[in-house]
Design a protein around this ligand. Sequence first.
Ligand code: NAD
Ligand code: UD2
Length: 314
Amino acid sequence: MRNVLVTGGAGFIGSSLVRGLVATEGVERIAVLDDLSSGKRENLAEVANRVELIEGDVRDRELLDRTVAGADTIFHLAAIASVPKTIEQPDAGHEVNLEATFRLLRSAVDHRARRVVFAASAAAYGNAPGLPKREDMTPDPQSPYAVQKLAGEMYLRTFFDCFGLETVSLRFFNVYGPRQDPSSPYSGVLSIFSDCLLARRAPTIFGTGEQSRDFIFVDDIVQALLLAARSPNAPGRLYNCGTGRRVSLLEVWEIMQRVEGVELPPRFGPARSGDVEHSEADISRARSELGFAPAVTIEEGLRRTLAWVRASRP
Ligand code: NAD
Ligand code: UD2
């Protein structure tokens, strides 16, 4: 893994992955392709001297092909990473999340890339019955976003089977941590709740708050991405990346109030369309095949997230 491309590398997860690549032996070149539509140049400020940031759109076929050509390992994270946003903007969601993924795979084959690692999503499970979720369960996508991510996974598998391209899909569950933009209504719930907590502003829970998620700290996701890029077992495979434990929104808000030492009752609004009721990962396949071992508990992860939000607030 010498010449690496991270699409979406100026984003929340991407900027943490880039930090992990900077610290990885043997990585010589790190290129980031990002249109800064939700990512930020400042997310990479600390590692700017090690990163070649190419500001551009993955829908630009010529630019995408040129950036893929220079890489042996590609982490494809660029996406409209929001369920509601792909409902509001279905065409953009399809073009960015699926069409560009297909184009990236075509370029990777043309330029003989060594491996492509894809940021897939637990959204593929939707409300399929049964917990925890296992990779062999029948998907039940509930939103355009979930369909785009599931179809992306299927393309990666087909490009492995039919064209011999080494591909790995990681079904991230709900990722949180530093640099998840708290100011965007499309951002992850824990970044929004952290901002509310520090502003002493009641958060709004969409629905009953009994809905549950498997929240995984971003450093553990970076661990999984780096393992997927190197493991000999990984090509052609799909792995759940969560902690194996779920918490409800009501429970997580209780933890956050306790960590901060405040009482701030939430407000409640209508449930969000495209929402999934419960989510929890079975990570035994990633544990046994990749050696994946998530290490950050929800309490520790929330402490680190709150510390970052506190430090980055104006
Ligand atoms: P993010 O919005 O911070 O990252 C997405 C990045 O892609 C941003 O930097 C954005 O500017 C860039 N981007 C978007 N459209 C682009 C385009 N047309 N051309 C070039 N760059 C573009 O969100 P994130 O949470 O870091 O998500 C990273 C990846 O992980 C996404 O593919 C997302 O679907 C996936 N994922 C995230 C989670 C999570 O809980 N955060 C869970 C599952 C999967
Ligand atoms: C889905 C995927 C996740 C990731 C993400 C997009 C599942 C289980 N997870 O996340 O893997 O791909 O899409 O990056 O499909 N909520 C509130 N108040 C708020 C904000 C959110 O109650 O202010 C609720 C929201 O209605 C949902 C839960 O919190 O029930 C989580 O929402 P989210 O947007 O953080 O992530 P989610 O689960 O849609």
